[in-house]
Design a protein around this ligand. Sequence first.
Ligand code: SF4
Length: 177
Amino acid sequence: MSEFDHLQTDCSKCAALCCLVLTFDKGKDFAFDKNPGEPCRNLSGHKCSIHDKLEPKGFSGCVSYDCLGAGNRVIQEVFGGRTWQADSRLIRVMMEAFSAMCEVHKRIDRLRAAETFSLKPRDAQTCREFLAHLEQHRWSGPELNEFEVGLALEIDMFFYGIIDHLPPAVAEEILAQ
Ligand code: SF4
């Protein structure tokens, strides 16, 4: 693992990407409907105006959500600290980058879980190489756009090949895809 843990979410270095990108339906976890790309009406700048009272206000879904550091990495690494609030032309590309980075970080999480189990030496080496690439690479928007149709599929094929050696929760997640 690198010195800085990419899976560590730091909302102070993000620009409320989850509150822009994600969709939710009114129900037990959310108090109203929100479409993808629609800034949540509880947003005030980059901050949630009801952050301290999410559950009583009917937003327990926000409490349980964790982007696994994808949001802060997109804003800092891909967009150099720029925000969609300051430049609305960035909304679409930031949404795409956030969705793809979530997929990158989901696979980092799974590869780390796989690494803790006894894999054949060759599989353990492949696992380490994938992890090193996903963590150390400085992603650009176009590279992220390619991720799901390229490297993500390669990693998923690797997972299918070692599925019997994976932690049950990780194996279930992969099989449910
Ligand atoms: S309620 Fe707050 S944390 Fe949840 S999406 Fe809206 S602004 Fe974000």
